[in-house]
Design a protein around this ligand. Structure first.
Ligand SMILES: [Zn+2]
Length: 405
C-alpha cells in the first residue's frame, strides 16, 4: 500500500516536473500563428455601434470591440491629419507621421518607417505576406515594400470592394498566407457622398457582410489547417466630422475616435484604458489604445522578437504582457535636458530599461515613472528613446534643439 502510494507520488512528481520543463503539448508553435488585418475605411465607431445594436453588423459584433484613437497627439510631432494615407500608414508601421512621413492622401508619398511586412519578412523570410486593397494609394505608399519583396502578394482592387473579398478569400482558401492585410473603402465613399444617412448605415451593413465572407473563408481554411491560430483585427483609419459625417481630417474628438475589433482577448492596454492620462484632451481619448498599437501587436503575435537596439515603434502590443504606458518625451526649455515619463500597471520591482538611439542609458524598475537624460543637453538632431518593461518596448522620437525656442 505504502509502496504503491510512493510510486504514484513519484510518478505524479515526475509528471509535473516534466510539465514545468516543457511547454504544454497544446501550445501552438509560433510558426502556426497567422494574422489577418481587415481595414474598413472611414467607418465611424458610434455608427458601427448603432449598426451592431440594430443587428446590422453581426460579423464585427462577434469580435471584442474597443475604442481607440488616431491622428497622433495634437500639438506634438506625432500629430497627423485624420485621413486615410497617414492613418493606414500608422496602422501598417506602428509609428506616427514623424517617422513614416506620409502626411497626406498622396500616392507619390513613400512610407519611411520599417513596415509590419518588412519587419515580419526580415525575421521570417520564407513566410508570406499580402496587401489587398480597395484604395490603391495604400499600396503606392508601400511601393518600396513591394519592390523589395516584403509584400509577396500586392493587389490593387481600384475601389471595387467585392474584388477584395474574392482575392482575400481565394488566398485564404488556396494560398499559404501568414500575414494578410485587406482593405474595404465603401463606408468612406458613402460617408463623403451622403454623410450620416440610412445609406451610410447600409454601407456599414454591406462591408460587415463582406468581412463575414472573408471570415467564412478563414473558417474553411481552419478546418483544413486545424494547427493554425489566426489573429483577426478589424479597424478603420479615421472617424468623421460631426454633425453631418461627410468630412474628416481635422483634430476633433469624433474624427480622432476609431475602434479596434479583435478575435483574441486584449491586454490592459486595450481593455483597461488609462483613466487619467497626462494629456486629458479629447475627454481622455489618449488613455485608450491607438492605431500605432496594431503593428506591435501583430508582430508579437507572429513571434517577431523586438530588437531593443533598433526599436522604433510608437505603439504598444495589445496581447500578452503590457509595457510602460503613456510614454512622453519632452525637452526642457532653451535646449535643456530631456525628461521622459510613463505609467506602469501594478508595479512590483520588475526591471525597466531606457535606451537612447539603441544604447542602454538607464536600468530602473517599474516603481520608477520618469527619467531625466542630461547627456544630450545642448545638442541638435533627432533622437529615439525606447523604454522597455517585460521585454515590451515602446519608443518616441524627439527633435532636439540647442537654442531657445
Ligand atoms: Zn475619406
Amino acid at each position: 500500500m505504502n509502496l504503491l502510494k510512493c510510486a504514484l507520488i513519484t510518478a505524479c512528481l515526475s509528471l509535473s516536473l516534466t510539465a514545468l520543463a516543457s511547454p504544454p503539448a497544446d501550445t501552438p508553435s509560433l510558426k502556426t500563428r497567422k494574422a489577418l488585418l481587415i481595414g474598413v475605411d472611414g467607418m465611424q465607431y458610434q455608427k458601427l455601434q448603432k449598426a451592431i445594436q440594430q443587428g446590422k453588423a453581426p460579423n464585427i459584433a462577434r469580435l471584442h470591440l474597443y475604442k481607440s484613437y488616431t491622428g497622433g497627439v495634437l500639438g506634438s510631432s506625432t500629430q497627423q491629419p485624420t485621413v486615410s494615407g497617414p492613418g493606414w500608414t500608422t496602422i501598417l508601421t506602428g509609428s506616427w507621421v514623424d517617422r513614416h512621413q506620409v502626411n497626406a492622401n498622396d500616392e507619390t508619398l513613400r512610407n519611411q518607417a520599417p513596415s509590419l511586412f518588412k519587419q515580419f519578412k526580415l525575421a521570417f523570410p520564407e513566410r508570406k505576406t499580402a496587401s489587398i486593397v480597395s484604395w490603391n494609394v495604400i499600396n503606392e505608399n508601400f511601393a518600396e515594400d513591394i519592390t523589395q519583396g516584403y509584400i509577396d502578394l500586392p493587389i490593387k482592387c481600384s475601389g471595387v470592394d467585392p474584388c477584395v473579398v474574392d482575392k482575400v478569400s481565394h488566398e485564404l482558401e488556396s494560398g499559404q498566407p501568414d500575414l494578410l492585410f485587406a482593405h474595404f473603402d465603401e463606408p468612406d465613399i458613402t460617408g463623403h457622398r451622403l454623410g450620416f444617412t440610412p445609406q451610410y448605415q447600409e454601407a456599414i451593413h454591406t462591408v460587415d457582410a463582406q468581412v463575414g465572407q472573408i471570415l467564412q473563408a478563414l473558417q474553411h481554411r481552419e478546418k483544413a489547417h486545424p494547427e493554425e491560430d489566426w489573429l483577426v483585427i478589424v479597424l478603420p483609419d479615421h472617424g468623421r466630422h460631426l454633425p453631418e459625417g461627410k468630412d474628416h481630417g481635422e483634430q476633433t474628438l469624433s474624427e480622432k475616435t476609431t475602434f479596434i475589433a479583435m478575435n483574441k482577448t486584449g491586454n490592459a492596454q486595450l481593455s483597461a484604458p488609462v483613466g487619467n492620462p497626462p494629456n486629458q484632451d479629447f475627454k481622455g481619448l489618449y488613455g485608450f489604445a491607438s492605431q500605432a498599437d496594431i503593428s506591435p501587436t501583430v508582430l508579437a503575435w507572429l513571434g517577431v522578437k523586438p530588437d531593443l537596439t533598433r526599436y522604433a515603434m510608437d505603439g504598444l502590443r495589445l496581447i500578452g504582457p503590457v509595457g510602460v504606458r503613456q510614454l512622453t518625451v519632452q525637452q526642457q526649455p532653451e535646449g535643456g535636458q530631456i525628461s521622459l515619463s510613463w505609467r506602469t500597471d501594478k508595479p512590483s520591482g520588475k526591471p525597466v530599461q531606457v535606451y537612447r538611439d539603441g544604447q542602454l542609458i538607464a536600468s530602473l524598475t517599474d516603481h520608477d515613472h520618469s527619467y531625466i537624460d542630461k547627456d544630450v543637453q545642448g545638442q541638435n538632431g533627432v533622437v529615439n528613446y525606447t523604454v522597455v518593461l517585460h521585454q515590451v518596448p515602446v519608443s518616441r522620437l524627439i527633435t532636439l534643439s540647442s537654442k531657445a525656442p
